[in-house]
Design a protein around this ligand. Sequence first.
Ligand SMILES: C[S@@+](CC[C@H](N)C(=O)[O-])C[C@H]1O[C@@H](n2cnc3c(N)ncnc32)[C@H](O)[C@@H]1O
Length: 308
Amino acid sequence: MMKVHHSPVLLNESLEYLITDKTGVYFDGTLGFGGHSQGILHNLKNDGRLISTDVDRDAFNFSKEKFKTDDRIKIYNFNFMQIDLISKIESIPLYNGIFADLGVSSFQLDNPDSGFTYRTDAKLDLRMDKSKVVTASDIVNSFSEEELADIFYKYGEEKNSRQIARKIGEKRRTKKIESTTDLSELISSVTPYKYRIKTLSRVFQALRIYVNDELGALKDFLTKSVDRLVKGGRIVILTYHSLEDRIVKESFKYETLDCICPKDYPVCKCDKESRLKILTKKPLTPTEKEVKINIRARSAKLRAAERI
Ligand SMILES: C[S@@+](CC[C@H](N)C(=O)[O-])C[C@H]1O[C@@H](n2cnc3c(N)ncnc32)[C@H](O)[C@@H]1O
């Protein structure tokens, strides 16, 4: 079994919000290397159940081995958007708690073969699900400069997006951009030294979000999850950047509304029902102590809500 160093972020806080019934049924949409799933299992009695899934094949294989002796957990290698399909296979209509810890795992970031970071030289890939066809390299080499600039701006909030896209256009006329190093050298060449690390992170984040349609998957998962909670069941989501956090915040807010009619309607004509009560008015963030031990926790935000 490969070695993985991983500390699950905001573990105790996540479990406190998530688990309301130790004999209940839970769903972990981002299994990774099983940190949070293990925490959930520790808190469940013998008749509790956990369904966990991850799109990443390595994460799936690792965790399948890790939990092979615990028959309370079933593991899938599906996108969390497939929660309806998984639930059908498992004959589970509703869950007591649904959890997701978004983004990429420490293993994906540290593994030189996965090409998730500008810090190591690898193929410019960025797919979590390797069965998908389009890689980051395909996008960087075929999209127009304008389309690339839009991706960097929209998904990386990168202000220098146009200049970076222009440089990509110029470079690829002579040589395809195939590796993380090709891209990071090119970004560095148009970025002042003191902004380099942040710019590199933002551009790689933007491409990763686009390649994996992370925001589309999140919106879809949040809606389906509310459909799949028992009354009193909880949804707990950990995000790592403002784009994800905004989607979770707005989706929870929308689910609290019991009317979405235009303001000038004298009476309500919609059949909207309020389905969630927000449990975290402000998102929870890690303590300084946790961030000291686990630097990846630094940007984490936890939001939780309860099905009413
Ligand atoms: C931050 S890690 C989760 C770590 C995990 N909580 C643990 O403690 O080991 C995020 C994981 O979610 C997976 N992932 C991201 N988006 C996904 C999606 N739409 N469906 C399923 N898995 C996804 C990634 O492949 C990655 O392994």
